[in-house]
Design a protein around this ligand. Structure first.
Ligand code: NAG
Ligand code: NAG
Ligand code: NAG
Ligand code: NAG
Ligand code: NAG
Ligand code: NAG
Ligand code: NAG
Ligand code: NAG
Ligand code: NAG
Length: 447
């Protein structure tokens, strides 16, 4: 629903503002993200050695997605064994359920289920149970944000399996929860065995056999209610366009009392620290939109050659700190972004000819941590764009973003007809100075 709503909003504004964009095709039902068309999680399964009744394999998940990361409580990987395989032992990961191992009289295996579910181990696991790239609580960063830390591995020893590349069968029906639904995994494809270079670079070893599984994300499959919305304001109009009412839920005292907390409530502290303190169920500050995250885009200043925007991300969830948050914003002027203050920036060019999408994230140790709701629960930055005379205008909401994602989730925009618009031509001369002062003041108060 969120998908269709935002698509509708997008295409209306696209037609009104930027006709060429509407030629791109978007289809919400497919596992396909227009801003990251090749994004996928690749699971590589390398058989390192054969054993008397099976093999030892290292399984590595690579997050080849530009901006979608796997957040706490992390991934769960499942599959269906092709034969009667069991997992004798594991390192760097564990099966959540041992299953029925009664057919093994002595020393039962780690897991005998036909459809095992594997999770990562937690940081602080003893060294003798670790392998490289393990033990991060199932959290994996995005590819663009941390190019050296986008993989997660575990090792397993499989029994009752084939013992040569002719008799071993890859598992079927891989499933990936990360943490909720959203990913669809294809079949295992046997390919060229992986090669591994020793740390000193002087020797290359090779897997006995390798297969890959590719999983792709679809917001439609995830069917999450929206978790993020966008509000807008500008120096040329004193209207602050709020997030649409009930974007992420409705405040309703009759049917759902206590669904949110009022920041002025004297009981705030006891509710925030009350039962469920460590649960992942959000505890949201009462707002009209009821979203845990709001992104505010303020068109702040107009210079002769440049214009300036202030972006503020506000956290309304009392139970969530977002470490390593990211924002993806689409606006036609990103090809002339001149300066960005206090966020990292990487252009995403899913269609090599169109450079209109930016990935933004916090500066390490400065604002890469978005605190829980409250006085510290926001991060902000300013963007300076160079005007391209042939396209630049403040008219028809051109200065506002076309699409915004927070941590890979679509942020619901206000309807395009509500965008702040330029005052009528007649008042244009006087508006600039007067309105500028009024709106600077309002925005200041609003924040
Ligand atoms: C997965 O992503 C990687 C990196 O972008 C790419 O090389 C690979 O072709 C993708 N796999 C599929 C099946 O799309
Ligand atoms: C199995 O290994 C042999 C020898 O290394 C190789 O020639 C053959 O192509 C492999 N078969 C499969 C199915 O990988
Ligand atoms: C894999 O999943 C499909 C669809 O859910 C099901 O029809 C099929 O039987 C499953 N295969 C195995 C081996 O479990
Ligand atoms: C598996 O995927 C990795 C990463 O995309 C790639 O380097 C490798 O060649 C693939 N291997 C197979 C067997 O397809
Ligand atoms: C819900 O209750 C609170 C306090 O009782 C009140 O301030 C608020 O206006 C109510 N909201 C709605 C939507 O009725
Ligand atoms: C968020 O971080 C702050 C400061 O590090 C900490 O006091 C608070 O307990 C954390 N909140 C949650 C929900 O983890
Ligand atoms: C996109 O625009 C940015 C900002 O002007 C620039 O730094 C970047 O090199 C451009 N990227 C491409 C692929 O054109
Ligand atoms: C804006 O960027 C585009 C593409 O990079 C370039 O062709 C154009 O000259 C730039 N405009 C200005 C005013 O710098
Ligand atoms: C500001 O924008 C709003 C919403 O589009 C519009 O209703 C209002 O007339 C505008 N204000 C002025 C002074 O033009």
């Amino acid at each position: 629903m969120d998908c269709f709503r935002s698509l509708a909003g997008f295409s209306v504004s696209a037609i009104a503002v930027f006709i060429f964009l509407s030629s791109l095709q978007f289809n919400c039902t497919e596992a396909y993200d227009a801003l990251d068309p090749n994004g996928n999680i690749t699971i590589k399964w390398d058989i390192i050695s054969w054993t008397p009744d099976g093999y030892v394999a290292v399984v590595t998940m690579y997050n080849f997605q530009q901006y979608r990361h796997i957040t706490p409580p992390g991934w769960t990987l499942g599959w269906t064994w092709a034969k009667k395989e069991v997992i004798w032992s594991m390192m760097g990961g564990q099966a959540t359920d041992q299953g029925d191992c009664s057919r093994y009289k002595t020393s039962p295996p780690h897991c005998c289920k036909k459809t095992p579910s594997i999770v990562d181990l937690l940081p602080g696991t003893p060294y003798n149970q670790q392998i490289a790239n393990c033990c991060k609580g199932g959290v994996i960063n995005s590819w663009a944000q941390e190019p050296n830390n986008y993989a997660s591995s575990f090792q397993l020893s499989v029994g009752a399996a084939g013992t040569s590349n002719k008799t071993v069968k890859p598992p079927k029906n891989f499933t990936l929860l990360a943490p909720g639904p959203g990913y669809t995994c294809g079949p295992a494809v046997v390919g060229k065995p992986s090669k591994f270079v020793t740390p000193d670079g002087r020797r290359v070893t090779q897997a006995m056999m390798t297969w890959n599984v590719t999983c792709t994300y679809s917001q439609f499959l995830a069917q999450k209610t929206p978790t993020c919305c966008v509000s807008l304001s500008s120096f040329y109009n004193d209207t602050i366009v709020p997030c649409p009412t009930c974007t992420c839920g409705c405040q309703n005292n009759d049917t759902n009392p206590g669904s949110c907390v009022n920041p002025n409530s004297p009981y705030l502290a006891s509710v925030v620290n009350g039962p469920g303190k460590n649960s992942l169920t959000p505890l949201i500050q009462c707002t009209r939109h009821m979203c845990p995250i709001r992104v505010h885009w303020h068109v702040k200043l107009n210079y002769k050659e440049y214009w300036r925007v202030k972006v503020t991300i506000t956290n309304f969830n009392y139970r969530m700190n977002y470490s390593q948050w990211n924002l993806v914003v689409q606006h036609p002027n990103f090809d002339n972004l001149t300066q960005i203050f206090s966020f990292n920036y990487k252009p995403l060019t899913p269609y090599s000819s169109i450079n209109d999408t930016a990935m933004l994230w916090g500066v390490k140790f400065y604002n890469d941590f978005l605190n829980q709701a409250g006085p510290l629960g926001n991060v902000q930055s300013e963007l300076l764009f160079r005007k391209d005379k042939s396209t630049f205008t403040f008219d028809k909401g051109w200065a506002f973003p076309r699409r915004v994602y927070f941590n890979g989730d679509n942020c619901v925009m206000p309807p395009p007809d509500a965008y702040p618009h330029l005052p009528n031509a007649g008042s244009r001369v006087r508006f600039s100075i007067l309105v500028f002062f009024i709106t600077s003041l309002t925005f200041f108060l609003f924040e």
